[in-house]
Design a protein around this ligand. Structure first.
Ligand SMILES: NC(=O)c1ccc[n+]([C@@H]2O[C@H](COP(=O)([O-])OP(=O)(O)OC[C@H]3O[C@@H](n4cnc5c(N)ncnc54)[C@H](OP(=O)(O)O)[C@@H]3O)[C@@H](O)[C@H]2O)c1
Length: 291
């Protein structure tokens, strides 16, 4: 029997996970308010799937929960969301953190009594009234920040892959989170500030801004001892911009919808690393101040 899966944060990613996992495991979707009892998933090929799901709130969750907890809130809500239900969780509950950024991963890995895995995913999803659209398939990597709990990571990666979310357990999730952070930092705050699609970064006046940001990010990564991707930092970021040219980044969508953004989760850890190493970051600091 596959262990129960508790998904905390019934937004885009949480609904996607809940819907995809619900045929394989007992799933509970937990929100601050009761999540919808029935959800519709539209898959990338346009198929629609309707499921009834078990919903919960922090108050209604039955203690002690035994199973795996997937935390799918935005980074700035993650610590409070865990705190709000921690008394109802068995202390050895495995936690999977799905947030973008870096910060909360270290904090919760230190703080939580059970094993903590971090996931980085390029799956794309957004919420609709009564459901979720799985906009595009991607890759998910899963692992403990220090490479521990390899068996648990393997088992969860196999479960996610069976559920249709291609996932690989890795021993270097720390490196992968930094790599994703650099890509996000070079793209998201700029497109959100100027309200442009990713591809417009290729043109003036934005191209030199991306290059200047990349120079600062490269220096921070070098000082942190984070190895660059095989194609180099510039190569990686321009390839992502090319591949997502028509996209509106999630940070831009948050700005357009008047929601808070993950600005701090993305720029904060990089600025903190720059301060630790005494590096000047005029471009990054200006972006941070503008956000
Ligand atoms: N969407 C994607 O395609 C995607 C892809 C890769 C990575 N990610 C990352 O995944 C994370 C989640 O993204 P998302 O797009 O799914 O965000 P989202 O749609 O905003 O969903 C976040 C959900 O968390 C809920 N929440 C907040 N505080 C909570 C609490 N204390 N207890 C329970 N639920 C709580 C929010 O509900 P309220 O209505 O109560 O605020 C909301 O339903 C982000 O870090 C994002 O960067 C997303």
């Amino acid at each position: 029997m596959i262990q129960p899966q508790l998904i905390v944060g019934p937004g885009a990613l949480g609904r996607l996970l809940a819907m995809r996992l619900s045929d394989l495991a007992p799933v509970t979707l937990l929100g601050r308010r009761p999540p919808p009892e029935s959800l519709c998933l539209t898959s990338p090929d346009g198929q629609r799937l309707q499921r009834r799901l078990t919903g919960a709130t922090p108050e209604s969750l039955t203690a002690p929960f035994r199973g795996t907890l997937h935390l799918t809130t935005k980074a700035y809500h993650a610590a409070a969301a865990l705190e709000g239900i921690s008394a109802k969780l068995a202390p050895d509950t495995p936690l999977v953190l799905w947030q973008n950024g870096y910060g909360v991963q270290r904090t919760l890995t230190r703080r939580w009594s059970g094993p903590v895995l971090c996931a980085t995913t390029s799956e794309g999803a957004y919420v609709t009234e009564g459901g979720v659209v799985h906009a595009g398939h991607g890759e998910t990597y899963l692992g403990h920040l220090d490479g521990a709990h390899a068996d648990l990571a393997e088992a969860l990666a196999a479960l996610l892959s069976r559920a249709g979310l291609r996932c690989q357990a890795v021993g270097d999730i720390d490196l992968r989170l930094w790599h994703k952070l650099v890509v996000n930092a070079a793209i998201n705050p700029l497109v959100a500030r100027w309200r442009i699609r990713n591809g417009q970064l290729r043109d003036r006046p934005f191209r030199p801004l991306v290059e200047a940001l990349l120079d600062e990010l490269e220096a921070i990564m070098h000082a942190e001892g984070i190895a660059p991707p095989a194609e180099g930092w510039h190569g990686r970021v321009w390839r992502v911009i090319e591949g997502t040219a028509n996209n509106r980044a999630s940070m831009l969508q948050d700005v357009l919808a008047g929601r808070p953004t993950e600005h701090d989760a993305i720029l904060g850890p990089l600025l903190e690393a720059a301060r630790r190493h005494g590096l000047a970051t005029p471009q990054l600091s200006a972006l941070y101040a503008a956000g």
